[in-house]
Ligand binder design. Structure first.
Ligand SMILES: *Cc1c(COP(=O)(O)O)cnc(C)c1O
Length: 423
């Protein structure tokens, strides 16, 4: 057992017991939620460091608190590595999350009530891209583009027509449930022709973008936001990249506009993650995520599942369950797979006739399994288990039998670093 868990066991046994349960859950199940990953031991250790104790409102060299010399160094390094990794002119590494990164960009450019064009949540967009119950949707006038009915790929012509009609000040691109590449250059060109600014939200694909395995928005878009915890495999947080001309506006909209003191321990962990992503091994990792996902897609297709857009270019597949079993909902599939030790999330598919709490689809991603070292052979096995679990109609015996095999596979691919140590 790692020392700090031993310490926790003595000082707060209740929290210790929960963390231990969670560690065991992460180890013994196949995490296939497309937005999740396992951060490295270095990232985990850095998040758990004494940097959490420091207040540092402001930016390196321009703080409102004394004693910031070390956190200045940490944030400067995080900014430099972020700029190097993405090749951007300006970086602000303080946003606490992906949503806050978007909020900061909106606050820097938009007045309440102004018009923004973004991808529809029901077609794969994100809450912070104008969902009614999110601050974005209540504060601004969001108009939404979507995907084409036949190909289920982004309807760039509709995007162009909506931009022409509504004259948005900002066009947001990027998605949470879209299995294909996004043509950022094309969207930026459309935005340019209608005098709109562009924000590319690469929360999901950041790890593929920084390795050159997905089209890069940094040169063509005015703003790029990202989470750092999805394919990028860092701590739970956000970051903003922008053109130099927006540096001041972005910085002051993060602080004092939207946040108080930054999370110095998390900023240090972002620096660690950027550093890890700059290494050649990370490109191999990102390529393996994609290769694994393609194999998973082919294996699922061969079992009779229909995949939205017919396949994948990235780290996720969006399964349309209706052709497999008309009565099967995403909710049932999520529950049954969970009982089989496979963790996925129900997800709306484009033009879904079911509601968001039921859905006709599941979203399945390969980042965690790839971090664990699994390759194509394991993906074929996982597709087989998914087929067995869903064709059993939730039969408890079948699900338990799969779960036992899943657990065995997981033991062959441990990846929780120093948390792994046995009791
Ligand atoms: C995950 C995600 C976010 C936000 O992430 P949080 O850190 O959960 O706030 C923003 N945009 C997109 C497209 C995402 O997928």
């Amino acid at each position: 057992m790692p020392k700090y868990l031993q310490y926790l066991k003595q000082t707060d046994p209740q929290i210790y017991a929960i963390i231990k349960e969670e560690r065991d859950r992460q180890h013994s199940m196949l995490g296939m939620i497309a937005s999740e990953n396992f951060a490295s031991t270095t990232v985990l250790a850095t998040v758990g460091s004494c940097l959490t104790n420091k207040y540092a409102e402001g930016l390196p060299g321009k703080r409102y608190y004394g004693g910031c010399e070390n956190v200045d160094d940490v944030e400067t390094l995080a900014i430099e590595r972020c700029k190097q990794l993405f090749g951007c002119e300006h970086a602000n590494v303080q946003p606490h999350s992906g949503t806050q990164a978007n909020m900061a960009v909106y606050f820097s450019q938009l007045k309440p009530g102004e018009t923004v064009l973004a991808m529809d949540l029901a077609h794969g967009g994100h809450l912070s891209h104008g969902f009614k119950l999110n601050f974005s949707g209540s504060l601004y006038n969001f108009v939404h583009y979507g995907v084409k009915r036949d190909t289920e790929t982004i309807d760039y012509d509709q995007l162009n027509a909506l931009a022409k009609e509504h004259k948005p000040k900002l066009i947001v691109c990027g998605a949470s449930a879209y299995p294909r590449q996004i043509d950022f250059a094309r969207i930026a060109e459309i935005a340019h022709s209608h005098n709109a600014l562009t924000l590319a939200d690469i929360a999901h694909v950041a790890g593929l973008v920084c390795t050159g395995l997905h089209p890069d928005p940094v040169i063509v878009c005015d703003f790029v936001t990202s989470t750092t915890h999805k394919t990028l495999r860092g701590p739970r947080a956000g970051t903003i990249m922008s053109k130099k001309q927006f540096a001041k506006a972005v910085n002051s909209s993060v602080f004092p506009g939207m946040q108080g003191g930054p999370l110095c321990h998390v900023i240090a962990a972002k620096a660690v993650a950027f550093g890890e992503a700059l290494r050649p091994e990370f490109k191999q990792y990102a390529q393996q995520i994609i290769d694994n996902c393609k194999t998973l897609a082919d294996a699922l297709l061969s079992k009779g599942f229909r995949l939205c857009t017919g396949g994948t270019d990235n780290h996720m597949v969006l399964v349309d369950l209706r052709s497999y079993n008309e009565k099967l909902t995403g909710n049932d599939a999520e529950n049954w797979l969970h009982q089989a030790g496979i963790v996925v999330n129900k997800n709306l598919i484009p033009f879904d006739p079911r509601k968001a709490n039921e859905t006709s689809g599941v979203r399945i991603g390969t980042p965690i399994l790839t971090t664990r070292g699994m390759k194509q052979d394991q993906m074929v096995q996982v597709a087989d288990w998914i087929d067995q679990a869903l064709s059993s109609n939730g039969d408890p015996k079948t699900l338990a039998a799969i779960k036992a095999q899943v657990s065995e596979l997981c033991n062959q691919f441990p990846a929780l670093g120093y948390l792994q140590a046995a009791e």
